[in-house]
Write a protein that binds this ligand. Sequence first.
Ligand SMILES: NCc1[nH]cc(CCC(=O)O)c1CC(=O)O
Length: 326
Amino acid sequence: MKIPVRIGTRKSVMALAQTEDIAKQLRAAASELDVEIVKFETVGDSDQISKLLPHGGKGGAFVAEIRAAVIAGQLQAAMHSLKDMPGNEDTPGLVIGATLARDPATDALVLREGLTLDELKKSRGKGYTIGTNAVRRAAYAKRLFPEVNVIHFRGAADTRIRKLDAREKQRLPDGGEVGPADALIMARAGLERVGFVDRIVHDFTPQEMLPSAGQGIVAVECAVDDWQTRRYLAMIDDPKSRLCCDAEREVLWVLNGHCNSPMAAHSTVNGAEMTLHASVLDEEGGLFIETTRSGPANRPRELGRAVGLDLLDKGAAAVIEKTRPE
Ligand SMILES: NCc1[nH]cc(CCC(=O)O)c1CC(=O)O
């Protein structure tokens, strides 16, 4: 008898590619599974103009509806980009049943035709515009290109590139317009998944631009008490990804990291040891609170906790409070 696994996802190109990956791995792990992908259109997808916060942030916009369907038993699983999952709250009744093997966690630079990285560096960004919606990317961009103009820019990964190439202006919630952008900063993993790797002009090192917690990891969420699904998801759980997930998200937990927090956390596993870098940045990019620690790889949360407490000792709380939405 076939065992049903219905996986809910947003229907962007990137989200579908990620869900196909989960489906493929589940089918390979257990031939008795009947895996079905269920596409949701969320408030966040249909409203491309306003900033995300009015919908409850990234988590609220993209995630709430799909989660409700898992809790109601209409779906067995939900696909998430781990980096979009709020790190300052649990969802009662749900658990991350699998973290897939990590794709590159770093960010990449995409330029419009006619502009080069050399020119952007030489000019210190003067006269150019970078589009991003992430406070973290804006802060690092200003550290790398101090005179660049960072504008609010959103949309699915493939849509952003299309807007860059068409030199389209970006409409703002208040009715105004900004842009067009000369450059975009996007996750390499996302660009790979939507087929735009050939547009990457530069891969930022983690030293240049520390990735966001969970970046590059696809997470599969399921109901806590659905033991059957949990058993199958455990088969595709990647142990290294899980360690990084636990360490990086512990930093968010300690710092009460919400959807648009100006923070970064990135860990690597090396044999029996893991290293975790994390930072908290002020919105103008002037102040970077940074810390790094290593510890035993089998105690990721302890490492995350120590790093989070280090950041608090260095004054992180005041910086985070400044960007908290009302
Ligand atoms: N916020 C959208 C989002 N969520 C996950 C990724 C990239 C893929 C990943 O990090 O897993 C992206 C696109 C981007 O940040 O450029």
